[in-house]
Write a protein that binds this ligand. Structure first.
Ligand code: BGN
Length: 357
């Protein structure tokens, strides 16, 4: 009797030690937020995307408390998360319609839960030009999506002035710099304008160990990764990780390569990436053609070969731009910037001449 009790106790102790080792290993490999995501989410792969919910479902339960002094921290798990969200690109909502549906969003596209203190503060940074309709769809879905997660957040749209070749990474550098002037954000989320998240358990918070790639399963790539080191679409870095990798490159004009450069500089700065599980990182891309001012970057391979030598000189420490305006629209903070570079003259004056500024 005594010896079986003793054996039970040893077995239990062994189990305890084993679970602790597993816990520490997960924490070490993937960071704290992965544990939190694991805890909050259903087991990997078990989401049923054929049953989806309206992104505005139950949002009206978040209303201000009658006595502000009674306000406490929001619970770690938001009570209204539903998982898969219905994302369709049917009738485009008007801007006024979106404002009406999001009464607690304040000027500049900022939100704090009206009934509790948020655990996380995230800035959403969206490079943009001539994609007004995409932006409207994104705002329609993203505002309620972020409120469902009870975050303190603000949406920044970084608008490239002029009609020169698009420079996504440089616009992101501008967005980070400007966002950090407003607030000490815990997390900076780099967000393409044409990607809509499809699962509200995909939390818009950072992994404090490593930069996190969030759009791991896009419909465009049949809900899988196009290649293992893919870091494009939507990603999240803390201000500290951002500084450590010297921000993003300023030298990638046009389509392609800048996200691969980001991946490289993460490694060069002694980090690696974490990734939202594919079952959670579902995104729908708004269908569109490539913009004519976002031609394929033909020298991206050459640039990528040089990243090892250039990343410490080219980045947030060498950002050279002309800030044109910072305006608080109702649904977002609108930052317009001249990033320089190559400009194509407007068609009536143009004789197919490229002007280098
Ligand atoms: C890759 C592009 C990425 C782009 C993805 C997905 C390059 C550089 C190759 C060495 N990278 O091929 O920038 O996000 O496709 O479209 O072209």
């Amino acid at each position: 009797m005594m010896s079986s009790l003793h054996a039970d106790k040893s077995l239990f102790l062994l189990f305890l030690v084993f679970s602790q080792i597993v816990f520490i290993l997960i924490l070490y490999r993937h960071g704290a937020s992965s544990l939190l995501q694991g805890f909050l989410a259903s087991p990997q792969g078990s989401w049923d995307y054929s049953k989806t919910h309206n992104v505005y479902t139950n949002l009206s339960v978040f209303i201000p408390l009658s006595d502000e002094k009674m306000m406490t921290h929001c619970p770690l798990k938001s009570p209204i998360l539903v998982g898969p969200i219905t994302v369709i690109f049917a009738k485009l909502p008007s801007e006024r319609g979106i404002v009406k549906k999001n009464p607690f969003v304040q000027s500049g596209g900022q939100y704090r839960p009206p009934h509790c203190f948020a655990h996380y503060k995230s800035a959403i940074i969206i490079p943009h030009r001539n994609r007004e309709l995409h932006l409207r769809y994104l705002l329609y879905y993203l505002h309620p999506f972020l409120q469902r997660q009870q975050l303190h957040y603000r949406i920044y749209v970084i608008h490239q002035a002029g009609n020169g070749t698009f420079n996504r990474a440089k616009l992101l550098n501008v967005g980070v710099k400007e966002a950090l002037k407003n607030e000490d954000w815990d997390c900076l989320i780099m967000h393409d304008v044409d990607l809509i998240p499809e699962n509200d358990y995909n939390l818009y918070i950072c992994d404090h160990r490593y930069p996190k790639h969030m759009s791991s399963a896009m419909d465009k790539f049949k809900y899988s990764l196009p290649y293992w080191s893919y870091f494009g679409g939507v990603s999240a870095v803390t201000p500290e990780q951002y500084l450590r990798m010297n921000g993003f490159p300023n030298t990638y004009w046009g389509w392609g390569g800048e996200d691969d450069d980001m991946f490289m500089r993460i490694q060069l700065a002694g980090m690696t990436i974490s990734r939202t599980p594919l079952s959670l990182g579902h995104y729908k891309m708004i269908p569109h053609k490539r913009d004519k001012e976002n031609q394929e970057n033909k020298i991206r391979f050459t640039l990528l070969k040089k990243t090892k030598r250039t990343w410490k000189q080219d980045g947030i420490n060498s950002l050279d731009i002309q800030l044109i305006s910072v305006e608080e629209a109702q649904l977002y903070t609108n930052i317009t910037v001249d990033v320089g570079g190559i400009t194509i003259l407007p068609p009536e004056k143009s004789k197919d001449i490229w002007t280098f500024l």
